[in-house]
Design a binder for this molecule. Structure first.
Ligand SMILES: Cc1cc2nc3c(=O)[nH]c(=O)nc-3n(C[C@H](O)[C@H](O)[C@H](O)COP(=O)(O)OP(=O)(O)OC[C@H]3O[C@@H](n4cnc5c(N)ncnc54)[C@H](O)[C@@H]3O)c2cc1C
Length: 181
């Protein structure tokens, strides 16, 4: 895999959409346990009002349509393995990835185990949401505990994805589409 994403809330799914749409092999591991199922969104720009579960259904389908794999699995461990990362799934199966995006929500256990820097409960990231571990990004609630909003998580996921795409292309990249003429 080019990119493994841990967590299937708006942060993880937004990253997956950008990455898969632009040709990187991308898998999202998560078991649809996002906090979004308790939300009634009235503050997601461009969407008047939507139940969080309905938002998730649309978001999952959109990322999937562009080729992201969504798998109902729990990630038990992530470790560096040479130039890449080894991701261990429930059951012991291992998957290799060149980049890892952690969108773990309120309990950033894997970020901790990987040795990423923390500031209290917050995973410390740079402006592109990369952690202190090169190649590992943290997005959404775990990077902003206490300030968690769906649109911010989705924005974080996009920021991390666009940074990976820019690194892959060796220059700044923007994912722009224009309407048909
Ligand atoms: C009652 C309530 C109401 C809310 N109302 C609003 C609102 O009106 N507007 C708004 O903007 N926001 C609202 N929110 C907040 C919103 O739900 C969060 O901002 C959003 O879900 C954060 O997205 P995220 O992707 O960062 O993390 P999450 O949505 O928390 O997703 C993290 C996912 O990662 C998974 N995960 C973690 N570790 C692993 C692992 N090792 N392997 C596999 N999967 C893993 C978790 O199970 C979870 O599914 C509300 C939240 C609650 C609880």
């Amino acid at each position: 895999m080019d990119v493994v994403i841990v967590g299937d809330g708006p942060g993880g799914l937004s990253a997956a959409l950008f990455l898969a749409k632009n040709g990187l092999s991308t898998v999202v591991y998560g078991q649809d346990k996002t906090a979004m199922h308790w939300a009634q969104l009235r503050n997601y720009l461009g969407v008047n009002e939507i139940h969080g579960s309905e938002f998730q259904k649309l978001a999952r389908a959109q990322a999937g349509r562009w080729g992201a794999l969504l798998q109902d699995r729990h990630v038990t461990a992530v470790s560096r393995s040479g130039a890449s990362f080894s991701v261990t799934l429930d059951g012991g199966e291992q998957v290799s990835a060149r980049y890892v995006i952690l969108s773990e929500g309120k309990s950033p256990r894997l970020a901790q185990e990987l040795g990423a820097n923390f500031d209290g409960p917050r995973v410390v990231t740079d402006k592109n949401n990369q952690t202190s571990v090169p190649g590992v990004y943290a997005v959404g609630r775990s990077a902003r505990p206490g300030r968690s909003q769906a649109i911010i998580s989705a924005g974080d996921g996009a920021v991390a994805a666009v940074d990976i795409l820019s690194r892959e292309k060796g220059q700044d990249f923007s994912d722009w589409d224009s309407p048909p003429k």
